[in-house]
Design a protein around this ligand. Structure first.
Ligand code: T5A
Length: 198
C-alpha cells in the first residue's frame, strides 16, 4: 500500500526506534525508511551544515531543511510511493513547522509540492527527558539540541497545536511507555490505515 507515514516529536522521543521497528514489521520490500534531514548525498551535506555549523539566520535554517526535503522527495520518497511502497519518514515537514515556526518564530507554510502524510505519529515526552535519552551515551549536543529549555518548550507547544488542528492525521503516543507497547499501537494504526485504503 502506498502511504506516507511520519514520526514526529521532540529530541530523543524514540522516533528513530519506532520508525525502524515499523520498517522491520512491514518488510523492506513493502516499505522504505527515510530520515530527515538527510537521506540523499545533498541532504547529508545540508544535514552537516544544519546540525554542526556556526549560527545562521532562522530563515536560512528553515529553507535549508526544506531544500533537503525537496531533494529527498524527488530522489527517494516519490519513486517509492509510485512503486506502491509505504514510506516511513523519521521527521518530515511538521518538524519545520514545530522547530522553525514554533521554536524560532519563522513564518512557515506547507508547499503544495510536499505530499501530506497519511498518518503522523507524535511521540510525546518532556523535552528534558528526551534530551537525557538522546545525549545519555556522552554524545555532544548538536546546534538544535543546544537550544535552551524555552525553545524546546515552544517546539512541544507547536506540535500540540498541529495535532489539535488535524486530529484525523495525528496519533499522539506516550513516549514514556516501553518500546514494544508503543510499537503495537503504531502497527495497529498503520494496519487500520491499510484496511480503510482498500
Ligand atoms: N529539525 C529537523 C528541525 O529543526 N527542522 C526540521 O525540519 C527537521 C527535519 C535532527 C534535528 O533537526 C531538527 C530536529 C532535531 O533537532 P537528529 O539527530 O535527526 O537531528 O535528531 P532527532 O530526529 O531528534 O533524533 P534523536 O535520535 O535525537 O531522537 P529520536 O529518534 O526521537 O529517538 P531514538 O529512537 O534515537 O531514541 C533515543 C534513545 O532513547 C531510547 C533509545 O534506545 C535511544 O537510546 N528509547 C527509549 N528509552 C526508553 N523508552 C522508550 N520507549 C524508548 N524509545 C527509545
Amino acid at each position: 500500500m502506498a502511504a506516507l507515514v511520519t514520526f514526529e516529536g521532540s529530541e530523543g522521543a524514540g522516533k528513530s526506534t519506532q520508525a525502524a521497528l515499523l520498517r522491520d514489521a512491514l518488510g523492506q520490500d513493502a516499505s522504505l525508511l527515510a530520515r530527515e534531514p538527510g537521506g540523499t548525498p545533498l541532504g547529508e551535506e545540508i544535514r552537516r551544515l544544519l546540525l554542526h555549523s556556526a549560527p545562521m539566520a532562522a530563515e536560512a535554517e528553515m529553507l535549508l531543511f526544506m531544500a533537503a526535503r525537496a531533494e529527498l522527495l524527488e530522489k527517494v520518497v516519490r519513486p517509492a510511493l509510485a512503486a506502491g511502497r509505504t514510506v516511513i519518514a523519521d521527521r518530515y515537514h511538521d518538524s519545520t513547522l514545530a522547530y522553525q515556526g514554533g521554536g524560532r518564530g519563522c513564518a512557515t507554510w506547507w508547499p503544495e509540492s510536499f505530499p501530506r502524510p497519511d498518518l503522523t505519529f507524535l511521540l510525546q515526552l518532556p523535552p528534558e527527558l528526551g534530551l537525557q535519552r538522546a545525549l545519555g551515551h556522552g554524545r555532544k549536543p548538536d546546534r538544535l539540541e543546544s537550544e535552551d529549555a524555552a525553545f524546546h518548550a515552544r517546539v512541544v507547544g507547536a506540535y500540540e497545536d498541529l495535532a489539535r488542528r488535524e486530529p484525523e492525521r495525528f496519533r499522539r503516543l506516550d513516549a514514556t511507555l516501553p518500546q514494544d507497547v508503543i510499537h503495537s499501537a503504531v502497527l495497529a494504526a498503520v494496519r487500520e490505515l491499510s484496511v480503510s485504503a482498500r
